[in-house]
Design a protein around this ligand. Sequence first.
Ligand SMILES: O=C(O)[C@H](O)[C@@H](O)[C@H](O)[C@H](O)COP(=O)(O)O
Length: 241
Amino acid sequence: MNDPEVRRHDDADVLVGDVASALLDRLEAAQARGEVPQVGLTGGTIAEELHRELARRAVDSAVDWSRVVFWWGDERFVPADSPDRNARQARESFLGHVPVDPANVHEVPASDQVATAEDAAAAYGEAMREHGAGFFEVLMLGIGPDGHCASLFPGHAALEARDAIAVAVHDSPKPPPDRVTLTFEAMERCRAVWFIASGEGKAEAVARALADDGSVTETPARGARGEETVWWLDEAAASAL
Ligand SMILES: O=C(O)[C@H](O)[C@@H](O)[C@H](O)[C@H](O)COP(=O)(O)O
């Protein structure tokens, strides 16, 4: 597991363009090796911008979208058609605009499909085991001002989860309160974990996440590491480094 790499960009537009370009290149390379790459998407505002940019660039890329498998790093435990669902936002901004194979898009079960967030986490983890995932080519993550990533929030029990791919989260400080999140253990099985962060509002959390010392309990993003970990930042988000 390598040390995190930081890649700085002038502004959010340049940041989103570079991440989109790098992701498309990585998917093409994986497919050229005969692989069917698995990608973990994330929620959040800069992720939405990335999704729109990917949809714009998809038509000119060599990626065979029917041979890319999509998962989510976390999801809100709300009804499937809720505007709060990360999957709904990703379908509207990205997946609905590229020819993915619906069988390759694995949403976390919603609150109108299973009884509890615990059931959703168990089913999602089982789906990942069945499909040989957990070895994501790339897992995308955002970071909150409090240093959370996915739905791993400061001081929450999910930070300590072991022997589980996904767990339920309740009383999330970021609404909605009930969620499902990948665990740090699942993230460590990813070839690459890519954080994307934009704006002054993230600068302090980014600096805490990348500091030489600090606690994962206080800044969960410190605990999210893949075989490689890249922080894609604009200058505003990098301004406290
Ligand atoms: O489900 C979620 O809420 C997201 O997965 C969450 O982890 C998000 O990535 C960060 O909170 C950053 O969100 P913003 O980019 O909107 O600040």
